[in-house]
Design a protein around this ligand. Structure first.
Ligand SMILES: *Cc1c(COP(=O)(O)O)cnc(C)c1O
Length: 323
């Protein structure tokens, strides 16, 4: 069956974005392994990506597909977090104006993060629908190009390169790739890429038990919207499953897990003190699922965890570390 993203789309994305992104390290975390059943634990450290998360990969790919004319008119995006920073950074690099729509209650650190690369930040409403509507208005008025955070195929193909890069860096066999899942664009792309390269490698996605949109969508057999529960994984706070992400996840993810908050909190601490990595809660849900015993970490296995980002608020992070 034809999938929305092809392996060629992903290979082209990798080529296109090479000048704009960092090849992030893949490291073995021996001290984390002591917590598990004997498996080798490898971390793909996208917290070291230029803007502090993998989001730059998809955004860079999308921006590279825009014409000079479109760049001159500018770009817009709705986001409260890492997508905003990536759009702001990439637009600045290409000399394009970026108008980022954020909720009126966005934390100052995130507003500053986006403004830091020169974007115009527009605070509007509180819900995702409010922000999407504002983007539509700006597009009609100024002719901006929309950089959608998770439904654009160019963004999904760009995100997929986090997985292809990790598999290129790994010598020898890999048993599974573990992927944090929010709106599902990273999961869609990365799982598609892994299965396209080697269907024997297991693809495991992890979403917060508090917002299980894809677990419920798969059970229902179609994309659904769930209630927005409370989770410290702010990059995974998305209640609605979109169909392009749903279909790619359905077709390429072997195991979709949910994880509770207490495990995410513990994972943030283990990442800091054992792996020596500053990872945000959203980036730790895979490790959290392993801590909870939901992933097979028996001896002889070799697992790659995508550590998706490291943009933390100092106040909140220090509270998490204290436990
Ligand atoms: C966006 C994000 C995710 C989730 O990616 P989706 O494509 O929305 O599923 C995970 N971790 C971090 C750090 C993110 O910024």
């Amino acid at each position: 069956m034809e999938q929305a993203i092809s392996m060629q789309d992903i290979a082209q994305a990798a080529e296109r974005i090479r000048p704009y992104i960092k090849k992030t390290p893949l490291v073995r975390a021996e001290k984390l392994e002591a917590l598990f059943g004997g498996a080798e634990i490898w971390l793909k450290l996208e917290n070291f990506q230029i803007t502090g998360s993998f989001k730059l990969r998809g955004v860079a790919n999308k921006v590279c597909t825009l014409t000079e004319e479109e760049l001159k008119r500018g770009v817009t995006a709705a986001s409260s977090g890492n997508h905003a920073q990536a759009v702001s950074y990439m637009a600045a690099l290409r000399g394009a104006h970026a108008a980022i729509v954020m909720p009126e209650n966005a934390p100052q650190a995130k507003v500053d993060g986006a403004r830091g690369f020169g974007a115009e930040v527009i605070l509007h409403g509180f819900t995702g629908e409010d922000r999407d509507q504002k983007c539509e208005e700006l597009i009609a008025r100024y002719g901006y190009s929309l950089i959608h955070s998770h439904t654009d195929p160019a963004v999904i193909a760009g995100h997929a390169t986090a997985a292809t890069e990790a598999l290129e860096q790994m010598e020898g066999k890999v048993d599974a790739v573990v992927i944090p899942c929010g709106a599902g664009s990273l999961t869609s792309g990365a799982a598609r890429a892994v299965k396209g390269l080697n269907p024997e490698i297991a693809t495991i996605a992890v979403e917060p038990a508090a917002v299980p949109r894809f677990t419920q969508s798969l059970a229902a057999g179609h994309p659904v919207t769930v209630d927005m529960g409370q989770t410290i994984a702010d990059g995974l706070r998305v209640s609605k499953a979109e169909s392009i992400n749903y279909e790619l996840i359905r077709d390429n993810v072997d195991t979709l897990l949910t994880i509770e908050e207490n495990w995410i909190e513990q994972a943030v601490r283990e990442m800091a003190f054992r792996a020596k990595v500053v990872a945000e809660p959203s980036g730790c849900v895979g490790i959290a699922a392993a801590l909870a015993g939901k992933i097979d970490t028996s001896a002889g296995k070799r697992l790659i965890f995508l550590i998706t980002g490291g943009n933390v608020d100092g106040e909140f992070y220090s509270r998490l570390l204290r436990g």
